[in-house]
Design a protein around this ligand. Structure first.
Ligand code: AMP
Ligand code: MG
Length: 348
């Protein structure tokens, strides 16, 4: 049975995984760099790239060791080739190229977003195309119609910050730790969202795009006003963000046509309040709600290996490989036909 080694290094997680075509994850390791970036309240690209370079080779060796295997057992090597912080992407991709060359196995250059888009199918064999995916992470906030392997329609994206970034910045304003999402969620449980009026950017607009920069500034102003409890600010921020996400996702469902499920992925999917709201939205639309286990939601290498396996299944055998001179891409839209969005600081 086909066995793929996956490598992920596009942001602040160095990860390797061995995944079989029957969805068995034989081994996976993730080295988080949270400690290294904590003093800065966000990911510092240069620090990230160095950390990936330090860790990636021993991490792959340890992952193979966990499975009791050597590289000979691997049929193909899949690595994130973008989008992401280019230094880190290059470390992972060059490592994959070297291993592919040394073992004479095909290289699969995987779009990180495609990994997120397909990972729910790794966890859930019954999840059929098409489905609507909300991808909400530290670097991305997108609504994707996943029609099939290699067939993605981007219905909405953020015109400024990603949702996880907004959580992290709110945490910074409130003097909470990094990464901020979990800390904001904890504090929000003790607060009253109704006590702090905050904006809901783009609510009700026709295209299901997101904007969180204005919300972030409003959080800063609310804090500086010095009249609100931090817990109330956290609760109000989280509620405003969730209201935006639900409104935008409802709009995307209306545009998507018939889908079998609403799926959430990305680190922000850890947020219980958001999950609950999405689950209610799916129930109201009589759709299945699928939230993969958290380990597959956040950046990981199993999803990269799985995207490679999905590609092999569609394109037939390990001939689905990429040339060894394939380039790392800091930007790589999943849906090349998607019109660029307008807005200050467009990122995706
Ligand atoms: P990722 O980019 O997929 O690795 O996910 C990391 C992002 O998810 C960071 O921006 C975190 O702050 C965010 N995050 C993690 N847990 C939570 C949570 N419980 N609530 C909101 N955001 C979260
Ligand atoms: Mg991350």
């Amino acid at each position: 049975m086909m066995l793929v080694l996956g490598i992920e290094s596009s942001c602040d997680e160095t990860a390797a995984a061995l995944v079989c075509a029957d969805r068995t994850i034989l081994a996976q390791r993730i080295a988080s760099q949270d400690e290294a970036h904590r003093p800065y309240g966000g990911v510092v690209p240069e620090i990230a790239a160095r950390a990936h370079a330090d860790r990636i080779a021993p991490l792959i060796a340890a992952t193979l060791g966990d499975a009791g295997l050597t590289l000979d057992a691997v049929d193909a090597i899949a690595a994130t080739a973008g989008p992401g912080l280019i230094g880190g992407v290059m470390v992972g991709l060059v490592t994959a190229k070297a291993l592919a060359m040394a073992t004479d196995r095909p290289l699969l250059a995987i779009n990180h977003l495609e990994g997120h888009a397909l990972s729910p199918r790794l966890a859930d064999p019954d999840l059929a195309f098409p489905y609507l995916l909300l991808l909400a992470s530290g670097g991305h906030c997108q609504l994707l119609l996943v029609e099939g392997v290699g067939r993605y329609r981007r219905l909405g994206t953020t015109i400024d910050d990603a949702l996880g970034e907004a959580f992290d910045k709110t945490a910074k304003v409130l003097g909470l730790g990094y990464p901020g999402g979990p800390a904001v969620e904890r504090l929000a449980r003790q607060g009253d969202a109704g006590r702090v009026p905050l904006p809901r950017p783009l609510l009700g607009t026709a295209e299901p795009h997101f904007s969180f920069a204005g919300l972030k500034s409003a959080v800063l102003r609310a804090r500086e006003a010095g009249i609100h409890a931090d817990a109330d600010i956290a609760a109000a921020f989280q509620q405003a963000a969730i209201d935006c996400v639900i409104d935008r996702t409802r709009r995307a469902l209306a545009l998507a046509g018939p889908v079998g499920a609403l799926v959430v992925a990305g680190g922000v999917a850890a947020n219980q309040a958001l999950r609950g709201a999405l689950e209610a939205l799916a129930a109201a639309a009589q759709l299945r709600f699928v939230a993969p286990p958290l380990a597959l939601c956040t950046d990981n290498a199993a999803m990269i290996a799985w995207a490679g396996l999905e590609r092999i299944a569609v394109q037939g055998g390990p001939g689905a490989g990429d040339p060894l001179d394939v380039a790392a891409r800091p930007r790589w839209p999943l849906d090349p036909a998607a019109a660029p969005v307008r807005g200050a600081g467009v990122k995706a």
